[in-house]
Design a protein around this ligand. Structure first.
Ligand code: G4P
Length: 281
């Protein structure tokens, strides 16, 4: 489901996260490893302020591993705590808990010194829709917690999920909005499946995808669509892919919408392998 983010929704989402912030020791900020900048909320620093945070590059199984390593180095150079994870299989989650313990050790040592009884670390997950928040919660809970609609403002009683002895997680994530001032960000969100329905024109998304692959992953493009050489003109690429994949109209003309859909589905479905779309590290 795609949320139409109006200013009122953004304000409400922000208010909800700010409220819950008071309840937790640390934030797990989920982004998509394929678009670690484009899938981040533009105001996350202002919203979270000084609260300790771990940036989790989720869906690392789908991203270009070389680029993920570069992004991790980039965020570490900014003194951010960062980890690549795969919420679906649980890869990286042990490290995540250990990292949270290590970040919060001074706080918990101080509490102990004051005679406050030891307790579990309290955490919440925040991120834009479709980055894998529910998947991560379910993985940590080791069961299926019903997904609250991706709509800020849908309130329900707050509950804590125990994750072993050391961690307690709020069972509802904070849902924040993506950046959409930038058209390129919209295309990247569409190509990774963060925006699924067609707010954007299908052909525009596919054109962006093909141009991106042409510049950054030409070999992958050649192999998937059996190009001997990649045409300069996008329309020629469409023509070739449309014929190859049988996206034709009755008279044998290329069906451009169907071709665009095929290209987008291939990219989302990892048919072109592991790709990272934010490349300006
Ligand atoms: P949200 O709560 O942040 O909105 O995201 P959610 O957990 O619903 O995850 C969105 C989609 O991403 C889900 O796919 C989920 O399985 C997938 N996903 C989450 N984490 C990972 C990961 O680490 N690796 C991979 N490969 N996929 C992940 P879905 O329910 O099948 O929806 P669809 O988007 O595929 O249709």
């Amino acid at each position: 489901m795609t949320i139409q983010w109006f200013p009122g929704h953004m304000a409400k989402a922000r208010r909800e996260v700010t409220e819950k912030l008071k309840l937790v020791d640390i934030i797990f900020e989920l982004v998509d490893a394929r678009i670690p900048i484009s899938s981040a909320n533009p105001m996350i620093d202002q919203i979270i302020q000084q609260k300790p945070r771990i940036k989790l590059l989720n869906k690392a199984d789908m991203a270009d591993k070389h680029m993920t390593a570069r992004w991790i180095e980039h965020f570490e150079n900014q003194n951010q705590h960062v980890l690549a994870i795969d919420a679906q299989t649980g890869a990286g989650l042990d490290k995540m808990i250990k990292m949270a313990e290590s970040i919060l050790k001074p706080k918990f040592d101080r509490m102990r010194a004051k005679g406050i009884k030891p307790r579990a670390i309290r955490a919440m997950i925040v991120g834009i829709p479709n980055v894998g928040k529910s998947t991560l919660i379910n993985r940590l809970a080791k069961k299926n917690i019903a997904k609250t609609g991706n709509t800020p403002g849908v309130t329900k009683a707050q509950a804590w999920i125990k994750v072993g002895k050391v961690l307690e997680l709020l069972d509802t994530p904070g849902i924040l909005w993506p950046k959409f001032e930038d058209e390129e960000v919209g295309y990247k969100l569409a190509l990774t499946g963060a925006i699924k329905d067609t707010i954007l024109n299908l052909q525009d998304i596919a054109v962006y995808g093909l141009r991106f692959l042409q510049s950054n992953y030409p070999n992958v493009l050649m192999e998937r669509y059996q190009f001997e050489t990649i045409p300069e003109e996008i329309v020629d690429m469409f023509e070739h892919i449309g014929r190859l994949r049988g996206c034709l109209m009755a008279g044998g003309e290329i069906n451009y919408d169907k071709t665009a859909e095929t290209i987008i589905r291939d990219i989302r479905g990892q048919k072109l392998g592991n790709l990272t779309f934010d490349i300006d590290v």
